[in-house]
Design a protein around this ligand. Structure first.
Ligand code: ZN
Length: 289
């Protein structure tokens, strides 16, 4: 008996509200309760292979938006605001990353990471290069490797942000190529690579090095020079100039930069929102060789 009365008591107001409203509008939805962000021990992963990492967080318990520093052996010390998401650490030596990634001095004297923020770009082959099968094939191979490592989609076509040309005057610099970049703050917006001749683009017979195109495109996507002569980004003449793929530590750097970090990150691995207000663009935007 009591149960029946209870049902009627609930049903009553519902029926009244529909019959009295006379409007087809939806009933007001219940407000979704906003969960209070709890402070917690952050989950830490290896940014390269996504595996859990035993790390030391300072402070050990953090809430949403709070600054935290995370340290683990073999990884860069990471400093960022906590987003209630696993914190991805960068497996690398600080000196290596400083040289490969942070060798961009800004107008305010700081050194910061640069990268593309747009998901795709177009690469334009200048003049006769556009119809050169060997050049097109090489460009596609290089762009595929970049897409594999960064997720950046790149097409070959007219009017692109990245321009490829031959300029024999590059020989005056005692160089085989020169890369020039354009920026908006720490974000790369375009670039031009000038090769001393066509052979250096394809890396085939008659070229000084096999992979100059891949090396120069490494600059165009934000890398500087590697201290390891076995890396594609080595400025030296060594085995690094023979590979068609970025080597392991370069691949790790590109993965961290493009999947886990923002333009303007600071050494050793500090999120841009924690630094002083960023000013200007990189001071030097031309890289020779
Ligand atoms: Zn170079």
């Amino acid at each position: 008996m009591k149960r029946v009365l209870l049902l009627i008591a609930v049903a009553g107001p519902l029926v009244l509200s529909w019959s009295c409203g006379g409007s087809p509008s939806n009933p007001t939805p219940q407000p979704t309760p906003t969960p209070t962000p709890a402070a917690e021990a952050p989950q830490v992963i290896n940014g390269w292979n996504e595996q859990p990492v035993a790390a030391e967080a300072t402070p050990p318990i953090v809430g949403l938006g709070q600054g935290v520093v995370v340290r683990a052996s073999g990884f860069l010390a990471r400093e960022q605001r906590y987003e209630l998401e696993p914190i991805a650490l960068w497996p690398a030596q600080p000196a290596y990353v400083r040289e490969l990634v942070y060798d961009w001095e800004f107008e305010d004297g700081s050194f910061r990471m640069v990268r593309w923020d747009q998901p795709s770009f177009t690469l334009t082959l200048d003049g006769a290069l556009a119809n050169d099968g060997a050049v097109r094939s090489r460009a596609r191979q290089v762009l595929d490797e970049i897409q594999r490592r960064t997720g950046l989609q790149a097409a070959i076509g007219a009017g692109g942000e990245v321009h490829i040309e031959v300029d024999p005057s590059v020989a005056d610099l005692q160089a085989v190529a020169e890369a020039r970049l354009s920026f908006r703050g720490a974000t790369i917006t375009g670039g031009t690579i000038s090769f001393v001749n066509r052979q250096e683009i394809t890396g085939g017979p008659g070229s000084s090095y096999h992979n100059t195109f891949l090396h120069e495109m490494g600059h165009i996507i934000g890398l500087a020079h590697s201290p390891d002569v076995g890396d594609v980004m080595t400025p030296a003449e060594g085995r690094g100039t023979t590979f068609d793929e970025y080597q392991r530590n370069e691949a790790i750097a590109l993965h961290l930069i493009y999947f886990h970090r923002e333009a303007g990150n600071r050494p050793p691995d500090r999120a841009p929102e924690l630094g002083a207000a960023a000013a200007g663009s990189p001071r030097y935007t031309v890289i020779i060789d």
